[in-house]
Design a protein around this ligand. Structure first.
Ligand SMILES: Cc1cc2nc3c(=O)[nH]c(=O)nc-3n(C[C@H](O)[C@H](O)[C@H](O)COP(=O)(O)O)c2cc1C
Length: 154
């Protein structure tokens, strides 16, 4: 089975999870920060991942998915965020389903960021506090378990 993982990660947390998945299932990786060219014809399974920025997955990832022909493709979704909630993946799952993809799973964990670029405000500071030290070893183990179980279901 050939697998591909397409991700957008501004602060490397989602990239860390993408690498965990890729190592486990020997997937090719496309980092949307570096490439916009996505060819999915040869793949049996495609994972889509992003950090959460202002309540949404990256628009770069969402726009890229809109352009793909996903009919009958096995897909999964993952994200990292301050609160680590899976509901952030729902919009992307909806788009994927509307394009005929078969959604095999949804993973989320917390991710910490440090930057001086963003003007400090209370809500971003809260996200930062909640996610300090993540993704940690436990998150990595959960990610490994998620991908192992998903592969078994295909
Ligand atoms: C500009 C900005 C907006 C963010 N908005 C949210 C948000 O709405 N909800 C949340 O839970 N976390 C939010 N976060 C935290 C990030 O989702 C989290 O650090 C994530 O791991 C970043 O992913 P990345 O390292 O792959 O870029 C935000 C972070 C930044 C920098």
């Amino acid at each position: 089975m050939k697998a591909l993982i397409v991700y957008y990660s501004m602060y490397s947390n989602t990239e860390k999870i993408a690498n965990v998945f890729a190592k486990k299932i020997n997937a090719d990786l496309i980092n949307l920060k570096e490439s916009n060219e996505i060819k999915i014809d040869n793949y049996d399974l495609i994972g889509f991942g992003s950090g959460v920025y202002r309540e949404s997955l990256s628009s770069k990832l969402l726009n890229c998915v809109e352009k793909l022909d996903l009919k009958g493709k096995n897909v999964f979704v993952f994200s990292t965020s301050g609160i680590g909630a899976r509901f952030y993946n729902n919009k992307l799952l909806k788009i994927l389903r509307s394009k005929g993809a078969i959604c095999k799973g949804s993973f989320a964990c917390k991710g910490y960021y440090t930057t001086t670029e963003i003007k400090k405000n209370m809500i971003f500071e809260l996200f930062r506090k909640l996610s300090e030290g993540h993704p940690d070893e436990k998150d990595i183990q959960k990610a490994e378990k998620f991908i192992d179980n998903m592969i078994k279901s295909i």
